[in-house]
Design a protein around this ligand. Structure first.
Ligand SMILES: *Cc1c(COP(=O)(O)O)cnc(C)c1O
Length: 484
């Protein structure tokens, strides 16, 4: 452990009797709670003064890494810069002081924000209608799959219990399909990372409800067969689900609706610049093609004939998937992003994120193994170093990057390769940042040959260097009491 960076736990700073804030004294029982709900013992809370609390949290936050501290090339996660104008918009009293239970007549502006964003997403995705309600990408997948189930049930086509998922898919795809009650059937990828059409054909029958796809796929490759795939899936009576968590490369270039997809989700917290990490808050709006609108979850924001907006509960709709209308502040940030870029700016996101990824890929492919030759879309995957003789692994490279102030790329995903190192620079990084990253990656690759131990022992500057990751995942210590 690096002692200079180590911040003591707040419990270690505690001194009996020290307080930072005084609450009025209440005697036990005076607030009228039944005895069964009262504590028998005082809670074991740290006792610290206000400056200690402030310094503790400020110092802890300085040990954190975010897109505001440095380059964050996390493949599949789109860690683009989150413009500060978005934050300014959500801080305005007109939206920050609302209560979700207010009558619709008093929150017309908020409902207008909701409806406007739904319409923009429908336009961007090439879909007929959207709901913003789901809280995250995986939640959107789950909602979308339940819409697909509701569609098949409405036609009394009950045998459709399977969902086809490519072996390169994001882990949430099979997980969401299982959560929604489907059986998962995996379809193979060809060496170039695209779907194996023959394998797909052999798996399509009257028991398949849907095919889930990411396009470009997680290896950063565009599925050129997408019209044929959609045709085959539709011919078998199933629907096409688009995992648009990461819509970056498609913005301004192509729309899932035009590619033949019937249902899709978008992660506002990736593509539309709202911050994410640590599990939220996010939003995974779901879009559907014409004919499926009535299955979207309740409630809906609708426009009445007199031009006012209302919140409505449809009869054929799925039940609620979120409280109220979902994570409202996330919608405001996403709408601020769309409006500040405008149609012209949005149309540049796809080309620029693709250009940045290809720039890094081409600047490193003489040292890092590129299993699927480019050009790529917004991200690409290396299979570790070309020179495997040094024993330096993808994990070592990822850790070495931390000493240079970069966040590590996504590692060991997709599962298509043993040493996957998945890089996504996004469109918000300038040439100097990309060049600096390329230089550091080249230095690491060269040092891996001249002094492999130096890379294997990195990082040297972080509070913790090599935690036992299996132990941390299997037996996490999240309570101070368990530490002692
Ligand atoms: C991030 C991601 C998801 C899941 O989104 P969450 O908001 O984390 O649930 C699904 N699919 C792909 C391709 C992703 O990149």
């Amino acid at each position: 452990m690096n002692k200079n960076l180590y911040s003591p736990l707040i419990f270690e700073l505690s001194h009996k009797g020290r307080t930072g804030y005084a609450l009025p004294e209440y005697g036990k029982g005076e607030i009228g709670l039944p005895a069964s709900l009262m504590r028998a013992e005082e809670p074991k809370l740290p006792e610290v003064d206000e400056p200690t609390v402030v310094r503790h949290y400020t110092n802890s936050s300085n040990n954190n890494f975010g897109v505001d501290t440095g380059f964050y090339p996390l493949g599949s996660c789109t860690m683009k810069y989150n413009p500060k104008v978005n934050e300014a918009m959500v801080s305005r009293a007109g939206v920050s002081a609302l209560h979700p239970a207010q009558p619709a007549a008093t929150v017309q502006g908020a409902l207008r924000i909701y409806r406007t964003l739904e319409k923009y997403l429908a336009e961007i995705g090439g879909m007929a209608e959207f709901t913003l309600n789901p809280f995250a990408g995986a939640h959107g997948e789950y909602t979308g799959l339940r819409i697909i189930r509701a569609y098949h049930m409405s036609r009394a086509d009950e045998a459709r219990r399977k969902v086809i998922v490519p072996d390169s898919a994001h882990g949430t795809n099979p997980a969401s399909a299982a959560m929604a009650g489907f059986e998962i059937v995996e379809v193979k990828s060809l060496p170039d990372g695209t779907v194996d059409m023959d394998d797909l054909q052999s798996k399509l029958d009257e028991t398949v409800a849907a095919m889930m796809m990411t396009n470009p796929n997680t290896a950063g490759m565009f599925e050129h067969n997408i019209p044929q795939i959609a045709e085959a899936v539709h011919a078998a009576g199933a629907l096409m689900y688009y995992d648009g968590a990461n819509l970056n490369p498609m913005l301004g270039i192509a729309r899932p609706g035009d590619m033949g997809f019937d249902v899709m989700h978008i992660n506002l917290h990736k593509t539309f610049s709202t911050p994410h990490g640590g599990g939220g808050p996010g939003a995974g709006p779901v879009g559907v093609r014409k004919g499926l609108e009535k299955f979207l979850p309740n409630p809906h924001v609708i426009e009445k004939a007199d031009g006012t907006l209302d919140v409505e509960f449809g009869e054929d709709a799925l039940g609620r998937v979120s409280a109220w209308l979902g994570n409202f502040t996330v919608y405001i940030k996403a709408l601020a992003y769309i409006l500040s870029l405008g149609a012209d700016g949005i149309a540049k996101v796809g080309p620029l994120s693709t250009l940045n990824a290809n720039y890094i890929m081409n600047s490193l492919k003489d040292l890092y193994l590129l299993p699927i030759p480019g050009p790529c879309k917004h991200e690409f995957v290396f299979d570790g170093l070309i020179d495997k003789s040094t024993g330096v692994t993808t994990l070592n490279i990822a850790k070495a990057l931390l000493d240079y102030g970069f966040h590590a790329p996504t590692i060991y995903f997709p599962l298509l390769f043993h040493e996957s190192l998945m890089i996504e620079p996004t469109e918000t990084e300038n040439l100097e940042t990309l060049d600096k990253f390329v230089k550091v990656m080249r230095d690491i690759a060269e040092t891996a040959v001249s002094e492999p131990e130096k890379i294997k022992n990195a990082p040297y500057t972080t509070p913790i260097s090599h935690p036992d990751e299996d132990e941390a995942a299997l037996n996490p210590i999240v309570k101070y009491a368990d530490l002692q």
